[in-house]
Design a protein around this ligand. Sequence first.
Ligand code: ADP
Length: 458
Amino acid sequence: MHSISRRLSLFFIACTIASILLVTLTVNLTVTNKFNQYMMDIQNKRYERIIAYFEDAYKKDGRLTENTGVELMHEAYMGNYCITLRDQHEQTIWGMDPKEIQNQLNMGTMPVQQKGVYTTKTFKLNEEDKVVGYVDIGQYSSVLLTEEDQNFKSSINKSIIASGLLTLLIITGLSLYFSKQFSSPIKEVAKLSVDLSKGNFNSKSVVKSNIHELEDLRKSVNILAGKLQFQDMLRQRLISDISHEIRTPLNVLQNNLEAMIDGVYPVTQEKLHYLNEEVIRFGRLINNLNVLKEFESESTKLSYEIIELEQLLLELCRDFHAPSEKKKLKIDLAIQPDKKFSITGDKDKIKQVFVNLLANAIKFTTAGGRILVQLYEKNDDITVEVVDTGIGINKEDLPFIFERLYRGDKSRQEIEGNGIGLTIVKNILQLHDASIEAESEEGIGSKFTICFPNIKKP
Ligand code: ADP
């Protein structure tokens, strides 16, 4: 198995080598073709120039002699080609020896493209549409190249190879850099998931990536780690809460029963009543856990009907009037006028939501406080607010109050409760596609806002 960075680097380098080879081949073929074409043109022009030279000489002298065009011999010799001049009867007037050219080529003073078979081309010399002679031009290669031509060609090839190697070098560096950009965050996230699987929930991935998908992955795994850490904390707290709840009544029972057995305490009606209270408290805890289980199971059945919220809240506020009076609290209901607030839902369960919220508001508000229930429409959603001027919830507890058996530190110490009221509220609202949010400030009060989406309206 390869690492992702190695695999990516190898892939980039292989792609680069393939493209360099392809480019080199294409450029080389194109340059060679174009260059040969260019040389052919030059060669044809040279032929035309030589023919024109002989024809001019004939025009001037009226005949072809041994001296006609001998000046061209030097140029021909230097250019590695042979000239032979023949009259109209094809008899040689003068000619160069191809062997001399071959010797010169063998000495390598003038490189040619191919040192091949000696070939000759014959051209007619015309004077007013009459053939007056022939000129043969022979050479050892199809195209004649001078040293400069050869140098030009090889310098192009060298530059192609050099630029290929340079590209390869740059691509290797870049591919190592970019593949590291991919692999580092992936490695980090992989390491983090291993940590999480080992139960180290406080690990975090800190290496940021500028690649969108990788950064999203890193963030979501960090969120996952946070959630797992949170769940772990809740689990530990739940265990300690449950064991505390179980231990207290058990201790009371055990101590009292032992004292009765030892004869320290008399077995009186009053004592037995007290012990029975503890057994009931114990049973209540088990019942609460059962209630939660019922709400959290997917099989919870809802019987839907149209609920008129204004009517329901009016009845509830009336019901809670007496308990709030008892605690010297004022309870008010404010309904947005000229509107109907009907939703479709399970009436008993929705009633349970408000009962739990109002019971909490009364429980956590001290004498002289106020509870306000508001019903209004906002952004086409039906909103219910339960606001109190109670003890409030501290910042540390606020994110957890909807969790199972979670009780704020204050209420754990001073106020009776079981920590399932708000969990049930949240579960019921979720079943109705509604949401709940809590805002609170310690010592000032709390506000619970429920939002029923408009689609639930009948
Ligand atoms: P319980 O009230 O039985 O403890 P809940 O699930 O109803 O359980 O509430 C969870 C916790 O949220 C409470 O223990 C308390 O700390 C906090 N809480 C809920 N409602 C209020 C409120 N109106 N004012 C202050 N604290 C509240």
